[in-house]
Design a binder for this molecule. Sequence first.
Ligand code: FAD
Length: 429
Amino acid sequence: MQQASNWQNWSGSIPPAKARLARPDDIDDLKKLLINATGPVRPVGSGHSSPHLVPNDHLILQLDQFNHIGAIDTDKKRAWLGAGARLHDLSPQLADHGYAFRNLGDIDVQTLAGSTSTGTHGTGQSLQALHGEITGMRLVTGTGETLEISAQQNTDWLDGARVALGALGVITEMEVQLVERHKLHRRMWAEKHDTLLARAHSLWAENRNFEFFYIPFSGYSFGLTHNIVEADDTPRAPDTSDAEVMQLKSLRDWLSWLPAARKYLLARAIGNSPTAEDVIGESWQLLSSQRNVLFNEMEYHLPVETGLDAMEEIRHYIERHRRDIFFPFEARRTKGDNGWLSPFQGGERISIAVHCYHKDAYDFLFTHIEPIFQKHGGRPHWGKLNSLTHDKAQALYPDFDKFKALRHTLDPQGRLLNPYLAALFGEQI
Ligand SMILES: Cc1cc2nc3c(=O)[nH]c(=O)nc-3n(C[C@H](O)[C@H](O)[C@H](O)COP(=O)(O)OP(=O)(O)OC[C@H]3O[C@@H](n4cnc5c(N)ncnc54)[C@H](O)[C@@H]3O)c2cc1C
């Protein structure tokens, strides 16, 4: 089935796409769409990325129908999963089989292929991003051929295909390393930012998952840990984080011209915060939350030695010059992997994220925040705002040219390129 699309990304930062949207029913349908295409073809997941990875004026492919749970290898705890499935649909089904994803990010509404294709990560010093758990994939290449990349076939390409921005082919199925389903103990608390910052490295070392959120203009952060436990679930209060973000916005709206009063009220509100949590539940029910207040975001992945310095420099800049900012900043840590385009290639990284309300101007992220990230050796999140060019990507990724060569092999006619990707890979369309 095909229809005219006004496709837009989640935050609405990308203007509506002119391309038609097709939802192939099966592999044959998908192959036909690729072979018969007379212009660019771009796969889309749930549209949560901000760069112009998807828009084009010809055809967008959404793989909603590819959402099954396939063969499960119970010895190795691996499963073949439909690439267009939403993570939040997969988790309860995997739990029924006794399995879970090892880790998840802040939200789980993304598709499996969409999230892995941009290097989506959670937090945990000993935990890789989701693409690090891929043990195989099946795709339809730019030439319309089916291809398996796995431990049995085309194994040398697996690290190239982990994070691929939809530029190698349309992924239909992925084999993912899972773990046994498990319970987590989730704890969230407020703490003076300086003391939490000083403890951050030990909290990462001591906890399975640790991250923290700095509340701008408050001097306070919220720490969040998850650790495996064997215990009964405890009741969880309703998620009020959207309402709390809107309270931060109200304080910004009324008091941005009076920073001392803003800080006083924030400190009082945080002291009484209902956000503090202490609960036990299934991993997939606790790791991800809902994010319903729309924002635009820049996140960079930095070397462990410089990540927190970059965060502090950004915090000082924003508190001195950008009283309009109210979204919490986020600090996470992820183990390294071997993906050719993985931001975590070569070793673990600290990820720092800055968010702007979707109705607010965010150009300062490019003019003032990104240079700080770059100065500290950061690599951008592929799915979030960034100004990465071909030359900068080549300098940041030792395997960038290997990826380009693989891309050329699998899509020699450039069917999967839109203007954004053509510029990124230094190709003509
Ligand atoms: C509210 C919010 C919270 C977020 N939280 C986190 C977080 O905690 N951690 C984190 O790392 N990121 C996070 N992100 C970023 C998000 O995970 C990424 O942008 C992710 O790529 C979105 O997945 P998607 O399914 O929406 O994919 P899309 O944004 O639709 O697509 C992303 C890329 O995948 C490609 N793609 C999609 N489907 C296929 C396919 N079948 N075959 C080949 N390529 C395909 C697309 O072409 C595109 O290049 C967040 C984003 C938002 C808006």
